[in-house]
Design a protein around this ligand. Structure first.
Ligand code: FPP
Length: 252
């Protein structure tokens, strides 16, 4: 039984869902069936995060680099996403979850974009949790796009270069108005961030597990959060400074 401290929950969890292909190989079935099983793990993770009170969940569902996979695999991933939206939008509404996306959404198939638009509209009023799907997402592209927007605005005199701050720049990214992830989970024993949320993860705690994504269930998620709760997040300060800040805040 894993007990979590409700006062110390990560506000935002980001997940690199890796290992569907290896899971399929292990079970001597095709890669696409591995992704199908991966989509089931998505359902469990979304439900569990909502249940325990996580406010933002960002899932890396399709990277810009994934466009180079075999076309049958891309088609299957897109169909799984459509199927997820068809089947789960009502469920998201029931659970008070709002859907959002980050990434180059314009590059997705029109059928996928239409379904995403519909689900985003249908869930727009929900305030329980934000489910943020990273689709056709690449962090370097996101940063370059942000730089282009901000330099255009500077040329138009809307912002002065000397007024550009870290906080302001954050508003030019796909994730504007979202807090940075507190916890990143990556499954399948790989220790990389693979061009995911490079700007936003400056102070994120990383949790790596050998478990393959299709096997990542409720217990695995709780284990990751419990480990996060045992970490000391210092944001560049010393332990002593942190303790002082905590006691000072407690007095206020
Ligand atoms: C990585 O496994 C996973 C992906 C590239 C896609 C993630 C997609 C899903 C979990 C299913 C559909 C998503 C939704 C939101 C319904 P991999 O293929 O790279 O695995 P491998 O490294 O073992 O080959």
């Amino acid at each position: 039984m894993i007990n979590l401290d409700k006062q110390k929950l990560p506000r935002h969890i980001a997940v690199i869902m890796d290992g569907n292909g290896r899971w399929a190989k292990m079970h001597t079935i095709g890669r696409i069936l591995g992704h199908k099983k991966g989509a089931e793990a998505v359902r469990t993770t979304v439900r569990t995060c909502r249940e325990i009170g996580i406010k933002y969940l960002t899932l890396f569902a399709f990277s810009v680099e994934n466009w180079s996979r075999p076309s049958e695999e891309i088609d299957a991933l897109m169909s799984l996403l459509e199927e997820y939206l068809d089947k789960e939008t009502n469920e998201l509404n029931k659970q008070g979850i709002r859907l959002r996306t980050i990434g180059n959404i314009g590059s997705l198939y029109k059928t996928v974009r239409d379904k995403l638009d519909n689900s985003i509209k249908m869930t727009a009023g929900n305030e329980g949790m934000i489910l943020n799907l990273a689709l056709s997402y690449g962090a370097r592209d996101e940063i370059i796009e942000g730089v282009k927007k901000i330099t255009q605005e500077a040329q138009q005199g809307k912002i002065r270069p000397e007024d550009i701050t870290k906080e302001k720049f954050g508003n030019y990214l796909y994730t504007k108005a979202m807090p940075d992830p507190d916890l990143l989970i990556r499954t399948s024993g790989e220790y990389r961030i693979s061009n995911f949320l490079l700007w936003q993860m400056a102070y994120t705690e990383f949790y790596f597990t050998d478990v393959l994504w299709p096997d990542f269930g409720k217990k695995e998620l709780l284990k990751a959060i419990a480990e996060y709760q045992n970490r000391e997040r210092r944001f560049g300060l010393t332990s002593e400074q942190l303790q002082k800040n905590i006691s000072a805040n407690a007095k206020i």
